[in-house]
Design a protein around this ligand. Structure first.
Ligand SMILES: *Cc1c(COP(=O)(O)O)cnc(C)c1O
Length: 349
């Protein structure tokens, strides 16, 4: 069965990196987060595009992801691993020159014993309580760790997408307390923190979602378009129902299109009866439940049967779809299914 076409605008990814880069001063280096296969859009093509745009520091979650990015970029750019130095990753870290962000005393010990002299960074917990050394742990090991010349010391903000949250200033203060006076490059901010202003920039920023067109970077250029083919259409009479469990019934005669994508492709079931598909700017509501491979759409407003309908487009971006599903743009992007044909426009990758 034909599935949809996901079009990825590489020029938009590059432009979003440049726009975020221009928000911080010349002494600040803008990195690029390409974890989770480049937020679902392809880590290799995203990384190559971002390297062309000027990024020299890349961030991924796990060593395997780092290997894919190293393969795409070759030697030269720094590739940092947020998850740090996990048991079993030593060879990969060494052979591919990856930089683990060491998160715990265990990881520090593992790294210094397995790869003495090899590059590393340090992740500190400034209040999110997810990854990184706690203040007391850091106090105990900072002198030793700094003597080994870490490439970067970082922490992560929990509420940077809420500029008014007092947690931002609390974490900033904690991070400064843990790192002021150390002669090591520092990084605190992802996309949200980058938008909070210069106090949050330090030496390196780490935007991810903004590169891919998502909030909180409201000025981002949209990066994805997702077009889904129509398989068949039918007229339903007033009172007839559509889809599993008959959650929608036709108030009058309606023309229903059955479209080839479903929750197995990342069209979240939560948008059943909520979001729209678009044809040339005209919204067509999803009616009935999203099934595994199919969705049903009321195209009565169109006056023609289109070959395909768009679910991500200028009229409905990733955050609009996320709102309809009660989630965030990050989850929409990273859920995009493997069955789509992926096409790129622009770029060099
Ligand atoms: C995912 C992640 C980022 C990027 O976050 P965005 O909100 O996508 O910009 C930066 N730093 C860490 C530690 C992350 O986990």
């Amino acid at each position: 069965m034909a599935t949809g076409t996901l079009t990825i605008d590489l020029d938009a990814i590059a432009a979003n990196w440049q726009a975020l880069n221009s928000l911080s001063g010349d002494t600040v280096e803008t990195g690029a987060v390409v974890k989770a296969d480049g937020y679902g859009l392809g880590a290799a093509r995203a990384a190559r595009t971002l390297a062309r745009a000027g990024a020299r520091k890349f961030f991924v979650a796990a060593a395997e992801e780092g290997a894919a990015v190293r393969e795409a970029l070759g030697r030269g750019p720094d590739i940092f691993i947020f998850g740090g130095h996990m048991a079993g990753d030593t060879e990969m870290i060494h052979d591919l020159d990856l930089v683990p962000m060491l998160n715990s005393i265990d990881q520090l010990t593992r790294h210094f014993e397995a790869l003495p002299g090899a590059a590393f960074g340090i992740q500190l917990d400034s209040g999110m309580n997810r990854l990184g050394l706690e203040p007391a742990e850091w106090a105990a090991v900072s002198e030793l760790a700094v003597s080994q010349s870490p490439k970067l010391i970082m922490s992560h903000l929990a509420s940077a997408d809420e500029p008014d949250s007092p947690q931002n200033a609390d974490q900033l203060r904690q991070f400064r307390e843990m790192t002021d006076g150390l002669d090591v490059p520092r990084s605190l901010s992802a996309t949200g923190g980058t938008l909070l202003g210069p106090d949050y920039h330090f030496d390196v920023t780490r935007p991810g979602i903004g590169l891919y067109g998502g909030l909180p970077f409201a000025e981002a250029k949209p990066v994805v378009r997702l077009s889904l083919p129509v398989i068949q259409t039918r007229l339903v009479a007033p009172g007839e129902t559509v889809g599993y469990n008959a959650t929608w019934s036709a108030p009058e005669e309606k023309l229903i299109a059955t479209v080839a994508a479903g929750y197995a492709d990342g069209i979240l079931r939560a948008i059943s009866n909520k979001a729209d598909l678009y044809f040339n700017g005209t919204p067509c509501p999803i009616v009935g439940r999203v099934s595994m491979d199919l969705i049903t759409v009321d195209i009565s407003a169109l006056g023609e049967v289109p070959p395909a309908l768009d679910i991500l487009c200028a009229e409905q971006g990733v955050d609009d779809l996320a709102n309809a599903a009660g989630t965030i743009g990050y989850e929409i992007l990273t859920s995009l299914g493997a069955r789509y044909e992926r096409k790129t426009i622009g770029g060099f990758a």
